[in-house]
Design a protein around this ligand. Structure first.
Ligand SMILES: [Zn+2]
Length: 297
């Protein structure tokens, strides 16, 4: 027993530096790997967390998108990264001169809003065509004398849709299509008189800004259900649901959808459809896009 023990100790002593080296090497590998694993393999975040945990005065701070750059504080990690696929983070060196302005040298150019009228905007001498599409919204008016009448392709598309709807038991009507500048002027002034301009602007276009003046906008309803005409309730009727699901096959797009008020500038209108052709209408339907989004206005 004695000799065996001695022999063992002898061997153990010889192996001791190797064993210690292996343990140290293992720790050096396992600790960072475990750390990264625990932090969802997000190296930047892990380093950021490590930085906080050790209170180290690192020469370079890693600042994530959601961090408050003015204070350099890191918020709770769960709140910080709710989305797994986040944008790559920027690495910033510490601000040597705190008096320096924080703004970037070239501020991003702000896109003009489509949902607001441009004050004192003059009516143009020609219509706005973008990527082949006639565009009318609060930013793009029509000339006052743009008086082209109802678009024949839009009418043909509507007639086809109405024929298809009839097979499914719905008798569709286009109760308002082309409207001249003068007609819109009369309507708008009536609405302003009734509700005031601020409210009227939410549901009615100013003269020259109505899509109905293009001849491409069709207000759709169901015959004998006039109570739903020009009413959001049309969208909840079986006929309204049918139109919402099928209009794109005939080249029409729901122009002012629910939830897109900020983009279109108008309240949801379940009855107002705009003819854009089958291809564009289908694209917009599939991607749940408004004309503004489709044309990236
Ligand atoms: Zn309309």
């Amino acid at each position: 027993m004695q000799s065996r023990k001695l022999r063992f100790n002898k061997t153990d002593k010889k192996k001791w530096p190797i064993v210690v080296s292996i343990i140290i090497a293992s720790i050096l590998i396992i600790v960072p790997v475990t750390w990264i694993g625990l932090h969802n393999w997000d190296l930047d975040k892990s380093l950021s967390a490590l930085n906080i945990a050790t209170q180290a005065d690192e020469p370079t701070q890693i600042i994530s998108d959601t961090q408050d750059k003015s204070t350099g504080e890191t918020t709770d990690e769960e709140d910080q990264n709710p989305v797994p696929n986040e944008k790559p983070k920027e690495i910033e060196t510490p601000d040597e001169s705190p008096d320096e302005p924080k703004e970037s040298p070239s501020p991003p150019v702000e896109k003009p809003a489509n949902n607001m009228y441009i004050p004192n905007q003059k009516h143009p001498t020609s219509a706005t065509i973008i990527d082949g599409f006639l565009v009318v919204n609060k930013r793009y008016p029509l000339p006052t004398d743009y008086n082209i009448g109802e678009d024949p392709n839009a009418r043909a598309g509507f007639n086809q849709m109405a024929a298809a709807a009839k097979l499914d038991g719905f008798d569709l009507m286009a109760f308002s299509t082309f409207r001249s500048f003068e007609r819109q002027e009369v309507l708008y002034n009536q609405y302003v008189e009734k509700d005031g301009q601020q409210i009227a602007d939410q549901y009615s276009a100013r003269p020259g800004y109505s899509e109905h003046q293009t001849g491409l906008a069709f207000d759709i309803g169901e015959k004998n259900f006039e109570q739903h005409w020009a009413s959001v309730s049309f969208g909840e009727t079986p006929a309204g649901v049918w139109v919402a699901q099928n209009a794109h096959f005939y080249g029409f797009t729901l122009r002012y959808p629910l939830g897109k008020e900020e983009i279109t500038g108008y309240m949801h209108e379940s009855w107002h459809y705009r003819y854009v052709g089958v291809e564009a209408a289908t694209d917009m339907y599939m991607h749940k896009q408004t004309l503004e989004e489709y044309l990236e206005l």
